[in-house]
Design a protein around this ligand. Structure first.
Ligand code: AP5
Ligand code: ZN
Length: 215
């Protein structure tokens, strides 16, 4: 199964990706996580990406498209994958199409901006695994520690309120047009499109996803 998770920053893509990758046995491809790993490793890509990400802007299409194509070509993606945070612009979506990479399901997480700002303020992450928590809405079993490894949880550099607001602006301007793009693809019979109410609690969103994807 090949899936795209579409939605604003903080809409819950990474949270539900953890559930979906286990349920369907497919890898999560998070372009944000890939870029953060590159920053941590101090690679040339990481150095280029850091400033752009800290400003809440998007990394260039060329770089991202190359990164994703390379990742999809790996062996563990042959039975499917879960794209989290990609595509994020029309040229990125077109590049997938031109490369003949068909998509089965597009899932849109619908969450208003004010809810998102509140979520980001309490987000904590375990970078090595991609697991995501919230101090109130999805707390870890032990405060500040990852449930599986017990390692420290971190706050993402781009989660300050002013950066979050910039990222939301970028989302509405550059990524939201993909809603219409994939709805048209669905109408043409090229994929299924599911819009999910992402304001519901994590467990309810999970249940809804399981229902639409097995229906
Ligand atoms: P990326 O890492 O992709 O960030 P994002 O899209 O902005 O999304 P987030 O990871 O912030 O949110 P999410 O939807 O995964 O929410 P989460 O589950 O964590 O990208 C970062 C940067 O990298 C970009 O700004 C850009 O610079 C660059 N980049 C990445 N991809 C790119 C691309 N394709 N092209 C160009 N540049 C790119 O949840 C958020 C919080 O809410 C958590 O605390 C969670 O516990 C909580 N939560 C989740 N669900 C619920 C719920 N149902 N109820 C209550 N709380 C919830
Ligand atoms: Zn994420």
């Amino acid at each position: 199964m090949r899936m795209i998770l579409l939605g604003a920053p903080g809409a819950g893509k990474g949270t539900q990706a953890q559930f979906l990758m286990n349920k369907f046995g497919i890898p999560q491809i998070s372009t944000g996580d890939m870029l953060r790993s590159a920053i941590k490793a101090g690679t040339e890509l990481g150095m280029k990406a850091k400033q752009v990400m800290d400003e809440g802007k998007l990394v260039s299409d060329d770089i991202i498209i190359g990164l994703v194509k390379e990742r999809i070509a790996q062996d563990d993606c042959k039975d499917g994958f879960l794209l989290d945070g990609f595509p994020r612009t029309i040229p990125q979506a077109d590049a997938m199409k031109e490369a003949g990479i068909a998509i089965d399901h597009v899932i849109e997480f619908d969450v208003p901006d004010d809810v998102i700002v509140e979520r980001m303020a309490g987000r904590r992450v375990h970078p090595a695994s991609g697991r995501v928590y919230h101090v109130v809405f999805n707390p870890p079993q032990n405060e500040g520690k990852d449930d599986v490894t017990g390692e420290d949880l971190l706050v993402r550099d781009d989660d300050q309120e002013d950066t979050v607001r910039k990222r939301l602006g970028v989302y509405h301007e550059q990524t939201e047009p993909l809603v219409g793009y994939y709805q048209s693809e669905a109408q043409a019979g090229n994929c299924a499109y599911h819009k999910i109410d992402g304001t519901k609690p994590v467990a309810q969103v999970k249940e809804k996803l399981a229902n639409v994807l097995t229906a």
